[in-house]
Design a binder for this molecule. Structure first.
Ligand SMILES: *[C@@H]1O[C@H](CO)[C@@H](O)[C@H](O)[C@H]1NC(C)=O
Ligand SMILES: *[C@@H]1O[C@H](CO)[C@@H](O)[C@H](O)[C@H]1NC(C)=O
Ligand SMILES: *[C@@H]1O[C@H](CO)[C@@H](O)[C@H](O)[C@H]1NC(C)=O
Length: 316
């Protein structure tokens, strides 16, 4: 059951700009980079405007218009990791419990909606390189953040602030909490905005899924703990989670919706957030100081990692 959040202070509201923009002419967005503990890891730029880095942790896509996946394609492979999504070899190293600052390349204010994050483990998917050559159709997604409450009321303001308003106020970024006790290993982070500005129209919602490879390390505390001390670990059991092609339906109440009407509830699309998730609440979303220090992504080889780009002499 999706969660329902009441909108307490929503006055009837006329959104005058509702018809003044066109879905087809706006430039949309992609994830530029992420920051983990002040170190920067590069995403994939599908637009071709800039050369891509040699070691992006963002999956490549063919969405060169920075565009979206419509509800009519919710059951196609496009919804998994965007159009022609293909895994990156490089993974960003992150510790369980860290917060990842996800930097979008801008976001249009009109494109209001929820911001959601999912994890899919690549362990047990018959790869030798973590998520680097994973078959995306095998990925099963566990929701770790639904940006709830998607709408926060604002006295005298528009009909609540959507998660995207918070994202824009944070310099187009979002903090994703990696669950505190997550089992180490390779994971794909699927971060997604659903823009609802046209969602009352047929096939009008716009999904912007973005996939990034992570290598989750144990915490320092776990590393120091003697082996006899059992550390609390949460793991995503093989078979748990939802294939991306079954996350949403075009008829979901949070997908087919008129956001310019007076809303009393919003039903967040997709599965519920798992109980052990550690999302960063809306009130604690904030822009982190801009870092220019580049982190070193890793290549995964079985249960080991090596810095990427790998030296020619490193055997994988
Ligand atoms: C939806 O999927 C079809 C078939 O894969 C594709 O031809 C079409 O371009 C997709 N539509 C959008 C808007 O991405
Ligand atoms: C992994 O390989 C084994 C042995 O070939 C096979 O039985 C299993 O179905 C494969 N698992 C996946 C997820 O492909
Ligand atoms: C905001 O994000 C942009 C990248 O989109 C970055 O260049 C800029 O430094 C950021 N500003 C702050 C204050 O962090």
């Amino acid at each position: 059951m999706p969660s329902i959040f009441p909108l307490h202070v929503l006055a009837p509201y006329v959104f005058l700009a509702a018809t003044s923009f066109s879905a087809s002419v706006l430039a949309h967005s992609h994830i530029n980079y992420i920051l983990i503990n002040d170190l920067l890891y590069r995403g994939f730029d599908p637009t071709g405007r800039f050369p891509n880095p040699s070691n992006p942790i963002g999956w490549s896509t063919s969405a060169d218009d920075d565009g979206f996946v419509p509800p009519s394609n919710y059951s196609t492979h496009d919804i998994i990791c965007h159009r022609d999504g293909s895994p990156s070899k490089a993974h960003a190293p992150v510790k369980a419990g860290d917060k990842i600052h996800v930097q979008w390349n801008g976001w249009p204010a009109s494109h209001r909606g929820p911001v959601m994050s999912y994890l899919a483990p690549c362990a047990n998917l018959n790869t030798t390189d973590g998520c680097g050559s994973v078959d995306k159709t095998q990925l099963l997604w566990t929701k770790i953040d639904n940006s709830s409450p998607v709408l926060i009321s604002e006295v005298g303001g528009p009909p609540g602030n959507w998660a995207t308003d918070v994202l824009i106020a944070s310099n187009n970024s979002w903090l994703v909490g990696i669950p505190a006790d997550l089992e180490p290993g390779p994971y794909v982070l699927r971060h997604e905005i659903i823009a609802l500005h046209y969602a009352s129209k047929k096939d009008g919602a716009q999904n912007y899924p973005q996939c990034l490879n992570l290598w989750v390390e144990g915490t320092e505390k776990e590393k120091r703990a003697p082996p006899a001390v059992a550390t609390k670990v949460v793991s995503i059991a093989p078979g748990a989670g939802t294939p991306a092609t079954r996350l949403y339906k075009s008829t979901d109440p949070g997908v087919k919706i008129d956001i310019y009407s007076t809303l009393s509830t919003y039903v967040i699309p997709g599965p519920t957030v798992v109980s052990w998730a550690t999302p960063v609440p809306l009130g604690r979303q904030e822009k982190l100081s801009m870092s220019t220090a580049e982190g070193t992504p890793v290549l995964v080889s079985g249960t080991r990692t090596v810095p990427f780009p790998a030296k020619a002499t490193v055997e994988l």
